[in-house]
Design a protein around this ligand. Structure first.
Ligand SMILES: C[S@@+](CC[C@H](N)C(=O)[O-])C[C@H]1O[C@@H](n2cnc3c(N)ncnc32)[C@H](O)[C@@H]1O
Ligand code: SF4
Length: 397
């Protein structure tokens, strides 16, 4: 089935059209650094003083809530790094602080990213008791040789055992796979993806391997020691992903994210629908609406410097910029066109202070990359998704 059709069928009428307000909490530590990863994650050999972090998170949450009081939280997301290295009591304490400063929506989604090792899985029931109701596991591959090549600390069997524990412990779970790996064939990926879907709940994240600057993979790639699928092979793997997931009831609702109807990650939807979100913890980013202005915020990245700054100033803010209308409109476009549901053209015009250029829309629509709907939405088509960056660049103000 064509991607456009699969994405369109994936776009259900959202229960909530207002993107809502979410809180992101960053835990910046990992047991080891994966060679492909450029997230803000650090390996420390000494024990982490979690009580000190809990106090710092509490101070930063209080400082943020003082700027944006009275919000209703639709989603809380513990991301990393490896949040499943935190003690459940640490997670519980952070959740209590958030609930003290803002109202939690009755159906608030509370997600925690976990690495699928047996040690971490032993903490799952503790996270559930602390209030986490959704877990997102970094399975990455169901093939031991591929896991070793990715520098992962778990086997496929151990990852599947963690998935089974997650299934029993949480109402909802998701897991991530990375495809377009070195040497991966369409036939092997088709088989691996089918096995993964057999283990899936209501959500799967399927990322194409990206070579990120300044990672060990970037150095190996530059020296010719790591070869990844070329554009045609990567496109064939992407097309296979859409076809298999659609056939198995997990269509893409975003370029790399698949869900059964109603299983979409609410937290991700807050970002992609360009809602408001607070970023708490080292390196976290936020978008806050204060006094009619939208602020882009970022916290100090280094865990130790972040702690020191919060302990002296009450927050780790290092970026706190007012966004112009055009900057906001560009962000809305960049985020919203990733979604199968696309963007609301009237909302764009309202944010930008002017509509999107009708000639550029017409040009791209003639090329088959985008289409407009009778309800006034702009959506990317099957032909447009593989060249999304170029489509956005063409439309952006
Ligand atoms: C914050 S990371 C990891 C969460 C968790 N620490 C783990 O590794 O299981 C979120 C996801 O991003 C994806 N990811 C990270 N680096 C990537 C890369 N270079 N290319 C593709 N996907 C990547 C992985 O699938 C990963 O699970
Ligand atoms: S992929 Fe996950 S475990 Fe690996 S370094 Fe990145 S955040 Fe840490």
């Amino acid at each position: 089935m064509a991607l456009a059709e699969s994405l369109t069928r994936g776009a259900r009428k959202p229960a909530r059209t207002d993107p809502g307000f979410g809180v992101y909490v960053h835990w910046p530590f990992c047991l080891s650094k994966c060679p492909y990863c450029d997230f803000n994650s650090h390996v420390r050999h000494a024990a982490i003083d979690e009580a000190r972090f809990v106090r710092a998170f509490a101070a930063e949450i209080a400082a943020t809530a003082a700027r944006i009081p009275g919000r209703e939280v639709v989603s809380i997301f513990f991301g990393g790094g490896t949040p499943s290295l935190m003690q459940p009591a640490t997670v519980g304490a952070i959740l209590e602080t958030i609930a003290r400063h803002w109202k939690l929506a009755p159906d608030v989604e509370v997600t925690l990213e976990a690495n699928p090792t047996s040690v971490e899985a032993t903490r799952f029931r503790g996270y559930r008791a602390a209030g986490v109701n959704r877990v997102s596991l970094g399975v990455q591959a169901l093939d031991d040789a591929a896991l070793a090549a990715l520098g992962r600390l778990h086997s496929a069997e151990e990852a599947l055992a963690a998935v089974a524990i997650a299934r029993a412990a949480f109402p909802r779970y998701s897991f991530d796979l990375i495809y377009a790996r070195p040497g991966q064939t369409v036939a092997a990926w088709r088989d691996e993806l089918a096995r993964a879907i057999g283990e899936a709940g209501d959500h799967l994240s399927l990322y194409q391997l990206t070579i990120e600057a300044d990672t060990p993979f970037a150095a190996l790639h530059a020296s010719g020691k790591l070869t990844i699928p070329d554009d045609d092979k990567a496109r064939a793997l992407y097309d296979t992903t859409q076809e298999v997931c659609e056939a198995r009831g997990l269509p893409a609702y975003e370029i790399s994210n698949h869900a059964r109807p109603g299983g979409e990650c609410r937290h991700n939807l807050v970002y992609w629908r360009y809602g408001e979100y607070a970023g708490i913890g080292p390196g976290a980013h936020g978008r806050l609406d204060v006094g009619g202005r939208r602020y882009a915020t970022a916290m100090e990245k280094s865990p130790e410097q972040w702690l020191a700054q919060v302990e002296t100033r009450g927050h780790g803010l290092v970026v706190d910029d007012v966004l112009t209308r055009i900057e906001q409109a560009d962000e809305l476009l960049l985020m919203g066109l990733r979604l199968s549901e696309g963007i609301d053209l009237a909302r764009y015009a309202n944010v930008a202070g002017k509509p999107l250029d009708p000639e550029r829309i017409a040009d791209l629509a003639r090329g088959g990359f985008i289409r407009t709907t009778p309800e006034g939405r702009l959506r990317v088509t099957a032909a447009g998704f593989p060249v999304l960056d170029a489509v956005v660049a063409d439309l952006a103000a």
